[in-house]
Write a protein that binds this ligand. Structure first.
Ligand SMILES: Nc1ncnc2c1ncn2[C@@H]1O[C@H](COP(=O)(O)OP(=O)(O)OP(=O)(O)O)[C@@H](O)[C@H]1O
Length: 206
């Protein structure tokens, strides 16, 4: 049985059908790479898979169980990384990580936060407002938050955006570790990627 399944998804925006009858099945350990030209519907699809938007038709299944159409169940298990950061600009990186621990009922641990900040190269700017971080540093903070959250299904829209080469390596390592521990990752990226177990190309459906 696949761990995560999408059945017969269709999505329409205005007069355009972005995709229809789109189905996919993913097992623990899979990394799905979603590709397509600009405007082909990658973000729209990822938002549906993450439970952040409704498909016109179709359903999501987790471990053989159909998920509520409002996406609420799905959002509980998804670690989402989108184009807009999911942290508070007014808080520092360290404060945002502490907030995330509290939100997900994890015991507060300054040690774990310190290690994450070091791992993502954010320790020198850990105390400044997140609004003042560079684009790459903001992406690193988003990834540190994703790592802290420990969700089984990651849905990542252009996660390599703004990362330098060491940052890309850190992200790859993080992805590999996630799937080695039984997680699933779905990500969009314009260029070819090594080591993904599946690829989905979105073209024009209308
Ligand atoms: N809320 C909306 N209302 C109308 N059209 C929309 C809406 N959201 C997205 N679209 C359109 O749907 C199409 C797909 O958008 P989407 O962001 O999913 O594409 P994408 O493949 O992620 O693009 P890119 O590679 O440029 O990031 C685009 O033509 C976009 O203009």
């Amino acid at each position: 049985m696949p761990m995560f399944e999408a059945r017969q998804l269709s999505c329409r925006k205005g007069a355009h059908t972005l995709f229809r009858h789109l189905s996919l099945q993913l097992a623990a350990g899979d990394i799905l790479h979603v590709r397509g030209h600009n405007g082909s519907g990658k973000t729209s699809l990822l938002r549906i898979l993450a439970g952040l938007a409704r498909a016109e038709h179709g359903s999501l299944w987790w471990q053989g169980v159909a998920q509520a159409a409002d996406g609420a169940e799905q959002r509980q298990r998804v670690g989402w990384l989108g184009q807009r950061p999911g942290f508070k600009d007014a808080l520092s990186a360290a404060e945002n990580l502490a907030d995330c621990q509290a939100l997900h009922q994890q015991p507060p641990s300054a040690g774990a936060i310190r290690l994450l900040l070091q791992h993502w190269g954010l320790q020198a700017s850990a105390a400044q407002a997140s609004a003042d971080l560079s684009q790459g540093q903001r992406q690193r903070l988003s990834l540190a938050l994703l790592q802290l959250r420990a969700a089984p299904l990651w849905v990542l829209d252009e996660p390599f955006n703004a990362l330098d080469e060491p940052g890309c390596t850190l992200l790859w390592d993080m992805l590999q570790q996630h799937v080695r521990h039984g997680g699933i990752a779905i990500l969009s990226h314009h260029a070819a990627l090594p080591a993904c177990t599946a690829q989905l190309w979105l073209g024009s459906a209308a």
